[in-house]
Write a protein that binds this ligand. Structure first.
Ligand SMILES: Cc1cc2nc3c(=O)[nH]c(=O)nc-3n(C[C@H](O)[C@H](O)[C@H](O)COP(=O)(O)O)c2cc1C
Length: 391
């Protein structure tokens, strides 16, 4: 059998592109409108440099930390994504990989696996919610997550139902009816390795969202759940404060770009916030989170745990984010490429790539611990940073 190990996340993405049907690959590329934000998320990290030392380098490097009361063997968290048709084991494979590598996992409420199945293989799961449905429904979801064993909540607020991409959106069926299977058959059959993984598992790609089911009801389809979300009121900060009051454990607000919003997130009693633009999938033109990170850390970093997600593909990206003040990063596409390329082992491979990249970067810049990193470790162009919502 060919060696399935890959040496960088970019190689995993190449393998995913070859292995996945075009519409599934397109759903992971995602982005929106012109793709300005998803592009900036990657190029902003590239624009940051590092200043290496050549001697007196540290013999050992410390990279463990804590976020939301959980131990992290390195400053990386699995960001919640609805992975759907990537791999038959989906989020359970991701959770197993995260558990094996000692990092927490955010589980999307639009995931293809239930919170019970995921918490059964990992003790460090943060359940992610959108503002969807009425208050009773949201409380039911919180109670279900707690009963399953979730140790924290992530509420994602940066979504404005933008649709349309200049490069075209992939066809994703509402359900796997015979008609849709016939329509997708040419794509699926052109990717026999992916197709065979599903055949062997005895399943067809599951397009339901089991965590959005009401008690005693069948899991809605992905689009059924999306419709509920679209029909829901848009939350106020008072609503979010109410949601926070319903959960007596760690609580993260994901999607913050502005200082004024970050302050409100502190005021409502959140444990953590993620500086994030949803991987560039939401409001196109939102700058890369790494550009806003220092201003948000300066404003609220002593009152709340600040993490970042968007554009992290390498260990050196993780080091740059931590040097600019993040306690940790969350990764999205990086682990999805690993999952697509090689299931659970592929996700572990991605995490190992990041770990060795963090280690090599710490060595090169002469830092014995991620806790010793600071802004002077990063070389930024003059007009790099952005401060939104000041005053
Ligand atoms: C295919 C896909 C699905 C996603 N689904 C969710 C989701 O259900 N909930 C959520 O909070 N964020 C979701 N995100 C955003 C990620 O959690 C994260 O913010 C983003 O992927 C980070 O950027 P990166 O992919 O460059 O690492 C999704 C992202 C992608 C690419």
């Amino acid at each position: 059998m060919a060696n399935k190990w890959f040496e960088t996340v970019a190689v995993a993405q190449e393998r995913a592109k070859k292995r996945l049907p075009a519409s599934v690959y397109g759903a992971l590329i995602a982005g929106t409108e012109k793709g300005l934000s998803s592009h900036d998320n990657l190029t902003a990290f590239d624009a940051l440099g590092l200043a290496p030392h050549i001697a007196n380098l540290p013999r050992t490097r410390e990279m463990s930390t804590t976020v939301m009361g959980q131990h992290l063997s390195m400053p990386v968290i699995i960001s919640p994504t609805g992975v759907q048709a990537v791999h038959p084991e989906g989020e359970v494979a991701v959770a197993q990989a995260a558990a094996n590598r000692g990092i927490p996992m955010g589980l999307s409420s639009f995931a293809s696996k239930s919170v019970e199945d995921v918490c059964a293989v990992h003790s460090s799961v943060f359940f992610q919610m959108y503002w969807s449905g009425d208050r009773d429904t949201m409380v039911q979801r919180l109670e279900r997550a707690k009963a399953a064993g979730a140790v924290g909540i992530i509420v994602t607020l940066d979504w404005s139902f933008s649709n349309g991409r200049d490069w075209g959106s992939p066809f994703i069926p509402d359900r796997m009816s015979v008609k849709n299977m016939v329509k997708l058959a040419p794509q699926a059959l052109s990717r026999p390795a992916w197709f065979w993984t599903f055949v062997k598992s005895g399943r067809i790609p599951d397009l339901t969202a089991p965590n959005m089911a009401k008690p005693g009801e069948k899991a809605p389809t992905f689009f059924g759940a999306y419709y509920e979300w679209m029909q829901s009121d848009l939350p106020t900060f008072d609503d979010v404060a109410w949601l926070r009051s319903q959960w007596d454990g760690p609580f993260m607000v994901k999607g913050v770009s502005r200082i004024d919003d970050a302050r409100r997130v502190v005021d409502l009693g959140a444990t953590a916030l993620s500086v994030s633009n949803h991987g560039g999938n939401n409001l196109d033109g939102t700058p890369a989170p790494i550009r806003m990170l220092p201003s948000i850390v300066d404003a609220v970093g002593d009152q709340i745990e600040v993490v970042l997600d968007g554009g992290v593909r390498r260990g050196s990206d993780v080091v740059k984010a931590v040097a600019l003040g993040a306690k940790a990063v969350m990764i999205g596409r990086a682990y999805l490429w690993g999952l697509a390329a090689n299931g659970q082992a592929g996700v572990e491979n991605v995490l190992d790539v990041l770990r060795s990249g963090i280690d090599a970067t710490l060595t090169g810049i002469g830092k014995a611990s991620i806790h010793d990193l600071n802004r002077s470790d990063v070389v930024a162009p003059a007009d790099f940073y952005r401060t939104l919502g000041q005053g």
